[in-house]
Design a binder for this molecule. Structure first.
Ligand code: C5P
Length: 306
C-alpha cells in the first residue's frame, strides 16, 4: 500500500430547521432538525504512514488542534481500533468550512477521514458501519457522511433522508470568531422556563416545500430554537439579521449553534445582491454564496499511486 493516497471531500451543513428539547442525563439535547449539505467543503488527503499524523491547511485554521484531540485524528484512531488494523496515516486536512461556525466543519473532517482511511487501509466497511462509527465521534458526523437533505432526531445523529427537489441558494454571513456549541446550548438551557420546552418536531409544511422545490414556501419555516441564545451571546448577529431582513432574502436564520447566518435567496442573482448588502454592512467577516443540497463524503479523484 506504500505510495497510495486517497483524497476525499465532505461538505459543511446548515440547519434549515432546528428544534431543541430539554437536555437528558447525558447532557445532550434531543433534537428535531433538517440538515442541508451545502457547497463549502473540507478536503482530506490520506497517505500511508507508520503512525497517525495530521496537518491542517486552508483559510479557517486558527484554533484547530493538530494533535490527537482533532476529530479527524480521532476518526482514524477509531476506525483502526474498530477494525483491529495496525496501520498509520498522514492526514492533510484543507479547511473550506468556517471553524466553530455552526456548519460542522470538524464533523466533515471526521466523516471524510473515516471514508479515506477505510479506502486506504482496505477495511471495507459498509456505509452503515461507517455511520455507526461516525455517531460515536459526534452528533453531526453521520450527516457529513450522507449529505444531501435529511431529517435528524436523537442527538441529530439518527437520520432519515428528506425528499427534496431543486437547488436552494444560500448566502452565508461568516463571522470572524467562532462560537462554542456547548456554550450556546448552555445559554439556551438558562433561557428556558421550567416545563416550557416542548417535544421537538418538524413542521409538515416545511417538508412539503422541500418536495415542491419551493424556496418561497420554505422561507417561513426556517427556524432555529438556538437562535435567541446565539444572538444573546453575540448581539451583532441580531443586527445582521435585521440588515438581511431589508434585502430581497426570502428568510434568514443562524445555522446550528452559530455564528454563521444562512439567508435564503430565490436565485443566484438575488444571492449576489444579498451578499453585497451583508458585506457593505461591515457586520460580517465575509459573505459567501453557496447552493444545496450536495452529496456527503466522497472520493474526489481516483486513488493515486505515487
Ligand atoms: O456531539 P458533538 O461533540 O458535536 O457535540 C458537542 C456538544 O454540543 C456536546 O458536548 C453538547 O454540549 C452539545 N450538544 C447537545 N445536544 C446535541 C448535540 C450537541 O447538547 N443534540
Amino acid at each position: 500500500m506504500t505510495g497510495r493516497s486517497v483524497h476525499v471531500r465532505a461538505p459543511g451543513k446548515i440547519n434549515i430547521a432546528l428544534h431543541v428539547g430539554p437536555a437528558g442525563e447525558d447532557g445532550y439535547h434531543p433534537l428535531a432538525t433538517v440538515f442541508q449539505a451545502v457547497s463549502l467543503y473540507e478536503e482530506v488527503l490520506a497517505t500511508p504512514a507508520s503512525e497517525i499524523g495530521l496537518r491542517v491547511r486552508g483559510r479557517h485554521t486558527e484554533g484547530v488542534p493538530t494533535d490527537e484531540s482533532n476529530l479527524a485524528w480521532r476518526a482514524a484512531a477509531l476506525l483502526a481500533e474498530a477494525t483491529g488494523i495496525d496501520a498509520g496515516v498522514h492526514l492533510e486536512v484543507t479547511k473550506g468550512v468556517p471553524t466553530a461556525g455552526g456548519m460542522a466543519g470538524g464533523s466533515a473532517d471526521a466523516a471524510a477521514t473515516l471514508l479515506a482511511c477505510d479506502l486506504l487501509w482496505g477495511t471495507g466497511l459498509s456505509r452503515d458501519e461507517l455511520g455507526h462509527l461516525a455517531a460515536e465521534l459526534g452528533a453531526d458526523v453521520p450527516f457529513a457522511l450522507t449529505g444531501s437533505t435529511a431529517v435528524g432526531v436523537g442527538r441529530g445523529d439518527l437520520l432519515s433522508p428528506a425528499l427534496c427537489r431543486g437547488t436552494y441558494w444560500w448566502v452565508l454571513a461568516l463571522s470572524e470568531e467562532g462560537m462554542s456549541t456547548p456554550t450556546v446550548f448552555g445559554e439556551w438551557d438558562g433561557m428556558q422556563r421550567v416545563g416550557g420546552a416542548r417535544e421537538p418536531t418538524i413542521a409538515p409544511e416545511l417538508m412539503q416545500a422541500l418536495l415542491a422545490a419551493d424556496a418561497a414556501a420554505l422561507a417561513p419555516h426556517l427556524h432555529n430554537d438556538l437562535q435567541p441564545a446565539a444572538v444573546r451571546l453575540r448581539p451583532e448577529l441580531g443586527e445582521l439579521l435585521d440588515v438581511i431582513g431589508h434585502t430581497c432574502a426570502l428568510g434568514a436564520i443562524v445555522s446550528g449553534s452559530g455564528p454563521t447566518i444562512a439567508a435564503l435567496a430565490d436565485n443566484p442573482g438575488d444571492a449576489a445582491d444579498i451578499a453585497a448588502a451583508v458585506t457593505a454592512s461591515g457586520l460580517a467577516a465575509e459573505a459567501v454564496v453557496v447552493s444545496g443540497p450536495v452529496p456527503g463524503a466522497r472520493l474526489v479523484e481516483p486513488i493515486r499511486s505515487d
